[in-house]
Design a protein around this ligand. Structure first.
Ligand SMILES: Cc1cc2nc3c(=O)[nH]c(=O)nc-3n(C[C@H](O)[C@H](O)[C@H](O)COP(=O)(O)O)c2cc1C
Length: 292
């Protein structure tokens, strides 16, 4: 349990700590100061420490000397932010340049400044920067997809897929599997059709049966991707590896994914061979107000 105390000489009774802690309800507002009346309910988000205008909260998970003030002057203006979003692309052409492990560590670390359900912060990563291993995983993935494509030609398997996935999803899955043959052909020609010869493969994983793990993962991964762009790197999510990895013990072992963890996202990382120069168009989402 976290140790939380409020300095009653510093507290100005503004109530901000109690108000931002509306879900966990750790704080009561006493007559002289706020009181951390239910520290056992704290889920460690640190919002109370972050919001207190007079630094009156002593929370042992968030010592003030490790929690610097947010400096508004260093936050990007909206146009810069949107430009960053618009310029991020999935890149499938990588130069031969290696990526330093420090840089990968930095990016993974940046990923953590993302929301997680109940602040669970349960996402961890496996990084593979051994090119031979990445090539082996690519080959194993193509073989798995080819095997699945063989099964998917069986009418009973097709019916099962349709029942489990629904008609549209099953059709999309058949289309992807139909492409497995061409992946195998490209692999035979010396191309890496899965990871594009990227120097780093990242696998984000969480513990099983956590209902929002996927959401947590995607937010963190997008942080990581955007930060990678600003470090001159390129990324590409690799669903073609992710799906077989989630279902094949052999692939999991080949990737050394811990037995008790679920792969949630796979992406490649490296220095791009080409820079994208223009922003392209995107569908504008429908937005319906107050539908009935
Ligand atoms: C869930 C997901 C899975 C993806 N899987 C692959 C993949 O297996 N191989 C690949 O080359 N690109 C993959 N991508 C990249 C998409 O093709 C790409 O995001 C899309 O074409 C839009 O292009 P952009 O990212 O450059 O804006 C994936 C993207 C997402 C979000």
């Amino acid at each position: 349990m976290s140790k939380i105390t409020v300095d009653d000489k510093a507290c100005i009774l503004c109530g901000a700590c109690a108000n931002v802690c509306v879900s966990a309800q750790v704080y009561d507002i006493g007559s002289r100061a706020a009181v951390a009346a239910r520290p056992e309910a704290c889920w460690g988000c640190g919002q109370c420490v972050s919001v207190c205008p007079v630094d009156a909260i002593d929370h042992d998970d968030f010592p003030l000397d490790k929690c610097p003030p947010i400096d508004e002057r260093h936050l990007p203006p909206i146009d810069d932010l949107v430009n960053l979003f618009r310029s991020r692309r999935s890149n499938r052409t990588f130069s031969d340049r290696d990526v330093s492990r420090d840089l990968v560590r930095e990016l993974v670390s940046i990923g953590r400044w993302a929301p997680t359900a109940s602040n669970n912060q349960g996402l961890d990563w496996v990084a593979i920067d051994d090119r031979t291993r990445i090539a082996e995983l690519s080959g194993a993935t193509v073989r798995t997809l080819l095997r699945w494509a063989g099964w998917a030609r069986n009418p009973i398997a097709r019916l099962a897929m349709r029942l489990v996935l629904g008609r549209e999803n099953a059709q999309a899955a058949w289309r992807s599997l139909a492409g497995a043959r061409s992946l195998a052909d490209r692999a035979r020609d010396g191309v890496d059709p899965i990871f594009y010869r990227a120097p780093v493969l990242l696998i984000g994983h969480t513990k099983p049966r956590s209902p929002f793990s996927r959401d947590d993962t995607i937010y963190a991964t997008y942080n990581l991707m955007l930060a990678a762009e600003r470090r001159g790197l390129a990324t590409c999510q690799i669903g073609l590896f992710q799906l077989p990895l989630a279902r094949s013990r052999k692939l999991r072992r080949a990737a050394s994914l811990p037995e008790d963890r679920v792969p949630q996202v796979c992406l490649v990382l490296g220095y791009p061979q080409y820079q994208f120069r223009r922003v392209v168009l995107r569908r504008v989402p429908d937005l319906v107000w107050n539908p009935r």
